[in-house]
Design a protein around this ligand. Structure first.
Ligand SMILES: [Zn+2]
Length: 472
């Protein structure tokens, strides 16, 4: 079955590119209201594709925003595991348009690269997963694993409706592993297996000292200044190295095992590389943790902006009554956003002088996620990478946030454990995602389809066998 699918993949590379180009022509920019019909067209395109390749129960799921798509194929052997494929067909806006060398929704092949908005994030990698399913169904009429597909059109606008869909359909979505391809590889040969992401807690701090602004000549020296106070408060949040000074902030941070430290530090991030990437003259952070660790498995706190007072040209001698700062924290397992908010609020109240009133609001939050990288479903993805690309992939925990992972882990459990999420990279770091001239490197796209075909075969034999041996 696997060899038939592999042969089909190598004979139909051109077909797969043409199909992907159809999807890339649809301007499914989810954040722009005038593109709402296009996001629906992309959903319909995915639905029709899944129908045409022989998936069943194919369905457009209506939401209050953009529609999602579900499909399944459950014809594998009784012992075979079920894989839930997740992806998104919405894209980021294309501006600044004058910096594109090709038209963003007229996909164009130049050399080995396919240029279009969404080529790498995420239509190309997501379509590679679907094409691997198609290769099995078109050549052998069956797949070594059961497949479910859940795709959405709101990933670039914080997946507003997906948590509701996952919660409502937890039974329908039940699976043994979740497969996502939505991040880059390290190089065209070295893949990346992402096994966790940081969470996020985004807050707004408002400090008020007076009912209204005052003149600093008349009242300076006695009237409390909201800007002076907010700066003093912010200065207490971190030490000079960037270590967070809020009492209790690190209490629930899970320490790394020796093995995991070695794994994370085996990646590409080091001081010289990151100095070059950032253009900074020196890096900050906790001296006892490496650059790679500080960028992915340690929590952070950053101030994004401060608003209020006078900032126009010239000088105005005002004592501002109100100052507002945006402050966010990247969080790591096992920190909890709600607990951290309470700790931060208590700390801010304790350092706010009696002359001021501080109010902290949570604007947004998501929980951090970690996946057991030793789970066989992840290890088999490593093997599929190695068999296809000839190199052992890197293991990484992402520094950013992907809120839907925590949702999957909460809702889709098996024997009380969260279902493992396997995140493979099928792009390149210079694919210009979210930027002009987004591209997909076609040799990776073709090999990606091959890799997924191999991965399904490995899951069908080895994961099935291990679960028979260890029913728990
Ligand atoms: Zn994406």
């Amino acid at each position: 079955m696997r060899d038939q699918a592999l042969a089909y993949a190598s004979e139909h590379q051109q077909l797969h590119i043409e199909q992907l180009m159809e999807l890339l022509c649809i301007p499914s920019v989810s954040t722009l209201p005038e593109h709402k019909p296009a996001v629906r067209r992309a959903a319909e395109w995915v639905r029709n594709y899944l129908q045409n390749i022989g998936m069943s129960r194919v369905e457009l799921i209506e939401t209050t925003g953009h529609p999602a798509v579900y499909a399944e194929w459950l014809g594998a052997d009784p012992s075979a595991p079920t894989v839930l494929i997740y992806g998104h067909y919405d894209v980021q806006p294309t501006d600044p348009d004058n910096e594109w060398r090709t038209s963003p929704f007229s996909p164009t092949v130049i050399g080995d690269d396919l240029y279009a908005r969404g080529a790498a994030d995420d239509k190309g990698p997501f379509f590679a997963l679907l094409a691997a399913v198609a290769c099995y169904l078109q050549s052998a009429g069956r797949i070594p694993v059961n497949i479910k597909v859940l795709a959405e059109g709101e990933e670039e606008v914080t997946s507003t409706n997906l948590p509701l869909i996952v919660a409502e359909r937890a039974t329908q979505l039940a699976c043994d592993t979740i497969l996502i391809a939505d991040h880059p590889m390290a190089t065209p040969e070295v893949g990346i297996l992402m096994y966790g992401v940081r969470g996020n807690l985004y807050t707004e701090l408002e400090v008020r000292t007076l009912p209204h602004d005052l003149h600093s000549g008349t009242f300076g020296g006695v009237a409390p200044n909201a800007f002076n106070v907010i700066c003093q408060i912010i200065a207490t949040l971190t030490d000079q190295h960037g270590k967070i000074a809020v009492p209790g902030f690190y209490d629930r941070v899970r320490e790394l095992s020796t093995d995991e430290r070695a794994l994370i530090n085996g990646g590409l991030a080091n001081e010289a590389v990151v100095l070059a990437l950032t253009g900074a003259s020196a890096l900050i952070g906790e001296a006892e943790y490496s650059v790679a660790e500080r960028m992915s498995v340690r929590p952070t706190l950053d101030v994004h902006g401060i608003r209020g007072g006078f900032i126009g040209a010239g000088s105005k001698t005002v004592i501002p009554a109100v100052a507002v700062a945006k402050i966010s924290m990247r969080t790591v397992p096992d920190q909890d956003s709600h607990d951290l908010f309470a700790l931060l609020d208590a700390h801010i109240q304790s350092v706010t002088p009696p002359s001021a009133h501080a109010m902290l609001r949570a604007l947004d939050s998501s929980q951090p996620t970690i996946i057991n990288y030793q789970h066989l479903a992840v290890q088999l993805a490593e093997e599929a990478y190695r068999l296809t690309f000839g190199a052992t992939p890197l293991y990484m925990r992402g520094g950013g946030s992907l809120p839907i992972l925590a949702e999957f882990q909460q809702q889709l459990r098996q024997n009380g454990h969260p279902v493992p999420i396997v995140m493979i990279g099928l792009g390149l770091p210079d694919d210009n995602i979210h930027a002009p001239n987004e591209k997909l490197h076609l040799p990776i796209f073709y090999r990606g389809i091959t890799m997924i075909i191999r991965y399904f075969a490995l899951l069908g034999t080895e994961l099935a066998a291990s679960e028979r041996l260890h029913p728990d």
